[in-house]
Design a protein around this ligand. Structure first.
Ligand code: NAG
Ligand code: NAG
Ligand code: CU
Length: 322
């Protein structure tokens, strides 16, 4: 019964919100805690963090969180929305389109003048789709730098690779072509769409430490403005490639990698690193990309439209929580 109700709520949300939700929802008064004048922040019904002005919530931000710090409820919400998007007739085609964006742009999106903004756009596209199912969902991030020596652990309740319905499941099975055989994305219950060649989600963990720890990341985030190119290359090549490589399977197959749910969490962290660096000041925010005269591949957006997380196309505002 509960399940059934949840599904109806979902469908209603989907119909109501299918025409872009961000403007509509911004002025909805908070349903929790109220909205008090004087710089206090409040949350709207989509759990966006807003400012309170004249008793109304405005300037609302989507809050992206560390997966391992989210409540079980929040983690399930993300996973359920992700799975529903990939199988439900209402969303499947858009899921397919979004995944295909990455497939088509795989080489171009890796170029230095485009990598960071392109993936920022891609994350918002994906997030918009999931928010049509449940507007409280944002793309979580996975901070591997804090768990370099046991990044593959799945036994902890909070672990990304937990096999419960609040985790992404564990390593693939060597006896089963590296298909994932536990968790919500188990091969019997979840398969890639035909456009991605069908088949199962694969992982082939390289159980060695990730080479870049908190101090390493800290040093990179401390690079000066003049070192932007060094910063960008460290993110795009060094940090971006390592988790793809140690997770293996679908994550190292650039044709289908966007079908791996962990790809989103990894890229969310990559985006967070850029966001952290940009937070150091307007010069940092505006380093390099505003002058790139290209559009993002497979989109009508210019690169410069995706550099300010407080002012993204579609009135989207994103912040990352520690
Ligand atoms: C990161 O570096 C800053 C100085 O740039 C320092 O204050 C901070 O403690 C460092 N954090 C970690 C976790 O190393
Ligand atoms: C980013 O967007 C916010 C919100 O529109 C604006 O206040 C801020 O000045 C922008 N920052 C830069 C560096 O453009
Ligand atoms: Cu990637």
């Amino acid at each position: 019964m509960l399940r059934y109700c949840w599904f109806i709520v979902c469908l209603m949300n989907a119909w109501i919100l299918s025409n872009g939700n961000s403007q509509r929802i911004q002025d909805v008064p908070s349903t929790k805690g109220g909205c008090k004048e004087g710089g206090n922040s409040g949350f709207n019904e989509c759990e966006e963090r807003c400012e309170c002005r004249k008793g109304k919530l405005t300037n609302c931000y989507r809050v992206r969180q560390d997966f391992t710090k989210m409540t079980i409820e929040q983690r399930k919400r993300f996973i359920n929305a992700y799975k529903l998007a990939s199988v439900h007739p209402l969303f499947k085609r858009d899921y397919e389109k979004t995944v295909t964006l990455h497939l088509d742009a795989k080489d171009q999106a890796k170029l230095p003048h485009i990598f960071l903004p392109w993936h920022r756009w891609f994350l918002v596209e994906f997030e918009n789709l999931l928010r049509r199912i449940d507007c409280r969902v944002t793309i979580p991030y996975w901070d591997w730098s804090k768990k370099t020596h046991h990044w593959w652990r799945g036994s902890g309740n909070e672990d990304l690779w937990n096999s419960g319905d609040h985790g992404l499941g564990g390593d693939g099975s060597v006896h089963g072509e590296n298909c994932v055989e536990n968790g919500p994305f188990i091969k019997d219950k979840w398969r890639f769409l035909d456009v991605s060649g069908g088949g199962c989600l694969k992982r082939k963990f390289l159980k060695r430490s990730i080479k870049y720890d908190v101090q390493h990341v800290n040093r990179t985030l401390s690079l000066s403005l003049e070192d932007f190119e060094n910063f960008e290359e460290t993110i795009r090549v060094t940090y971006h490639n390592e988790p793809h490589n140690v997770i293996g399977g679908t994550m190292v197959d650039s044709l289908v990698t966007a079908n791996a749910p962990e790809m989103l969490l990894h890229h969310s962290f990559v985006d967070k690193l850029w966001y952290e660096w940009q937070k150091r000041g307007d010069e940092y925010k505006n380093a390099y990309f505003p002058s790139v005269p290209f559009k993002l591949y497979r989109s009508n957006y210019y690169v410069w439209e995706w550099i300010n997380s407080s002012n993204l196309p579609g009135q989207v505002k994103v912040l990352y929580e520690e």
